[in-house]
Design a protein around this ligand. Structure first.
Ligand SMILES: [Zn+2]
Length: 137
């Protein structure tokens, strides 16, 4: 049986609007966009505010805290890198700042439930540092 190592992680597809997000992650910073006109928080990254239509989005640092909005545990990984870490849990976190972030949870599947407080930590996958959430510390 062929063994696959975790250093062969596929790298995330980075859209131009989100380049500052990926750059901040490399320094273990979690960022999101906010509209300076209507104050709405915006994620995923856009060029214009989806709420008011203005081109008035700026980047802000997140506190990295939120609540579990939903999650699902993956038992069969889609690629060898993911297969090597099953079971793993992914889902959405409702961040304190008001936006929703899709992420992986860094804990056993039965260690979280919807509404639980979670906070960010960071994990290096290949060249990219990524946010991963676990029970709030
Ligand atoms: Zn706006």
């Amino acid at each position: 049986m062929e063994i696959h190592y975790i250093d062969s992680w596929p790298q995330p597809y980075s859209q131009m609007d989100a380049a500052p997000y990926w750059a901040a992650l490399q320094e273990e910073g979690l960022t999101f966009q906010r509209c300076t006109d209507c104050r709405e928080t915006v994620w995923p990254a856009k060029s214009h505010c989806p709420n008011c239509g203005k081109r008035a989005l700026v980047w802000e640092g997140s506190k990295g805290k939120g609540k579990v909005y939903s999650f699902s545990t993956i038992m069969r990984g889609p690629t060898p890198a993911w297969q090597a870490i099953v079971p793993y849990t992914v889902g959405f976190v409702e961040m304190e700042e008001g936006y929703i972030l899709f992420t992986q949870f860094d804990c056993a599947p039965d260690a979280i439930k919807i509404g639980d407080a979670v906070s960010v930590r960071y994990i290096k996958r290949g060249e990219q540092t990524l946010p991963i959430f676990g029970p709030a510390s």
